[in-house]
Design a protein around this ligand. Structure first.
Ligand code: CUA
Length: 362
């Protein structure tokens, strides 16, 4: 019955712990209202024929004078309808409370919506764009905000949809009941590429999730890699501006693990206000951070190292495609007027697997 109605109503698979219950209410409301509509149509049709005007009928002067209210019938119908709506309301309120209240042991993931992509931040420091990796069979709480306009985080397979609002945090939670890849949509019109603001939730079995945490995408199962590649392609199509492509490339290549975009001190120089700035070198002297210097620093980071920063960046020669380099430079240009902040020595250690001693260029 559930399966039949689900397909009749073109609903996606039920892949969260609450999905089936929510669909149950959906079916109940749809069946009752469709049944009611059919009943009224049938009765109306019957009256239409039964009381049609016949040739021998004479018009009555005041039709209202002949109507007698069916007090009992009307009272019963009103109370029955009221009861029915209260039933909808009671079930709906209970489900709403369940949907709003994440279990205490939920895994927190931070979600940022922006035109036109979804970004995910994990408490462990990992960051992802477009692809949200979660363990199946475990509640996940999303703490969401927007960087620009109102978006709406919508995962049809989980039956969750929540507005994401600039300057405010909203939350939603779900528990995927089966590993798989489930589309994320934006359900609030947010500009030109609203319809392309998509992503994927990739629910991994607990074992695969641990593996992903330890080793990244390479150790995730094939379906997850395929879904992630699709999400990335979609994103590239949806991202029309060079700086946003640059941000994407920078995230993909792990640049953002050491370089910040807002002037916050970190392992490497912040990209805020860096373009065309005069950079003091470790070896003495200085360079202007133009296209040539930036490209050189990506390919051979130690050749002209920024003074005060540890020599830990690996060479990206042959690792990064020229269009990505161009996009990253455009990103830096777009950050030219963001205050750079102090170049203070970083003492928080070197995070992430991308910065290993072996990776350092000679
Ligand atoms: Cu974001 Cu529509």
């Amino acid at each position: 019955m559930n399966e039949l109605l689900r397909q009749l109503l073109f609903l996606p698979e039920q892949r969260s712990s609450l999905a089936r219950e929510i669909d149950g209410l959906h079916y109940f409301v749809i069946l009752v209202t469709m049944g009611g509509a059919a009943l009224i149509t049938l009765i109306g049709g019957y009256f239409l024929i039964r009381y049609r005007r016949r040739p021998q009928d004479t018009p009555r002067p005041h039709p209202g004078a002949f109507a007698r209210p069916a007090l009992f019938l009307e009272t019963v119908s009103l109370f029955a309808l009221g009861f029915l709506f209260l039933t909808f309301w009671t079930i709906g309120t209970r489900q709403f409370a369940d949907l709003r209240t994440a279990p205490d042991d939920a895994l927190d993931v931070y979600v940022t919506g922006k035109q036109w992509m979804w970004k995910f931040g994990y408490p462990g420091g990992d960051r992802e764009i477009s692809v949200l990796y979660v363990p199946a069979h475990r509640p996940v709480r999303l703490i969401m905000t927007s960087r620009d306009v109102i978006h709406s985080f919508y995962v049809p397979a989980f039956r969750i949809k929540q507005d994401v609002i600039p300057g405010r945090y909203t939350t939603a939670w779900f528990e995927a009941n089966e590993p798989g890849a489930y589309p994320i949509l934006c359900a609030e019109f947010c500009g030109t590429s609203h319809s392309e603001m998509r992503g994927q939730v990739i629910a991994l079995s607990p074992v695969d999730y641990e593996r992903w945490l330890a080793g990244g995408l390479a150790s995730a199962p094939a379906f997850a890699q395929k879904a992630a590649a699709e999400a990335e392609n979609e994103l590239a199509e949806a991202e029309p501006t060079m700086p946003s492509r640059g941000e994407l490339a920078a995230a993909k290549h792990g640049c953002l693990r050491c370089h910040t975009l807002d002037g916050t001190p970190h392992v490497g120089p912040s990209w805020a206000g860096l373009y065309r700035a005069v950079v003091p070198l470790e070896s003495g002297g200085e360079r202007v951070a133009d296209e040539a210097y930036i490209t050189e620093s990506i390919m051979d980071p130690l050749a002209a190292l920024h003074r005060g920063f540890p020599p830990v960046m690996p060479s990206y020669l042959g690792q990064i495609a020229p269009p990505d380099v161009a996009a990253i430079i455009e990103l830096m240009k777009s950050l030219r007027d963001v205050p750079h902040g102090p170049d203070v020595p970083w003492d928080g250690g070197v995070p992430g697997s991308s910065v290993t001693p072996e990776g350092v260029a000679p």
